[in-house]
Design a protein around this ligand. Structure first.
Ligand code: MLT
Length: 270
């Protein structure tokens, strides 16, 4: 079911809501995608959980400000809090993939009582390096002058694993469509929000909720060996590597990801 939230600052955010179970999950998508990256979860897990997958402001069908400077992780996190209130949810498991993970860290900092578990996928807690900041500035200029189409090939090359790129043309097409359909301001806003985000690595040892970290075996952006290094700092955490998948595991390996989500949700207290 599609839902619309009118934010307190006047934007219209879209989300898909599915399922009826007691366990609640909010899914936060990566850059520069939208909530359709979670359709394999929404379509298979509805008998188990209640799930909400918003389009972050400016992306997918959600409207957002035109100026990149109006975007930040704090603003995305506030939108997520508004989704909780709108849904009547006290707390939920927060699942974030890559940029969605950055939003999850920010949400946990601002609204810790709302989070009863974390599902961190193909993400990391560190702020941008000098090199990444320069790449983001370059992408921002390119998207401003030529639109999101200009970054399609460079994003696809890094985001999808070699197995998907050679054997699953329909997933490649789906990822390509999400990028092409993104609004220029949503993309440049997300680039700005990621560039300005704080480092979250010092917060890891204070995370008290159960945390499952998933990463694709073929992830080139956040490779498993790098993810293993920070996962150990979260007290109640485990790491699961998803075979034959790159960075976009929710689409590339839905069967393995869904199985891991069910096992994790069943392990939560209460
Ligand atoms: C993503 O998939 O969201 C991006 O790889 C995040 C990033 O560019 O840091």
């Amino acid at each position: 079911m599609d839902r619309i939230l009118n934010t307190s600052d006047g934007y219209h955010l879209h989300a898909r809501f599915e399922g009826t179970g007691d366990g609640k999950i909010i899914f936060l998508h990566g850059f520069p995608f939208n909530n359709s990256q979670w359709f394999p979860q929404l379509e298979s897990l509805g008998g188990h959980f209640s799930m909400l997958a918003p389009d972050l402001r400016g992306l997918g069908r959600s409207t957002g400000p035109v100026e990149p400077s109006a975007y930040s992780m704090a603003v995305y996190a506030k939108d997520i809090a508004e989704w909780f209130s709108d849904s009547g949810w006290d707390h939920a498991v927060v699942a974030g993939l890559s940029m969605g993970g950055y939003v999850a860290f920010e949400f946990l900092r601002h609204f810790p009582d709302r989070v009863c578990g974390l599902l961190l996928m193909d993400t990391h807690p560190y702020a941008d390096s000098v090199q990444t900041l320069a790449e983001r500035r370059r992408s921002q200029r390119l998207v401003e002058s030529e639109g999101p189409r200009v970054i399609v090939e460079s994003v696809l090359e890094k985001v999808l694993g070699p197995t998907t790129r050679s054997a699953r043309p329909e997933i490649v097409q789906q990822a390509r469509d999400m990028i092409i359909q993104a609004s220029p301001h949503g993309v440049t806003g997300a680039l700005r929000a990621m560039s300005a985000r704080p480092d979250s690595s010092q917060d890891l040892s204070n995370i008290t909720v159960p945390t499952l970290v998933l990463v694709g075996e073929e992830d080139m952006i956040t490779p498993p060996e790098q993810v293993r290094q920070w996962t150990d700092s979260i007290p109640d955490s485990s790491l699961h590597i998803i075979p034959s998948a790159g960075h976009l595991i929710s689409l590339e390996a839905p069967v393995s990801v869904n199985r891991a989500i069910i096992t994790f949700m069943e392990s939560l207290p209460g």
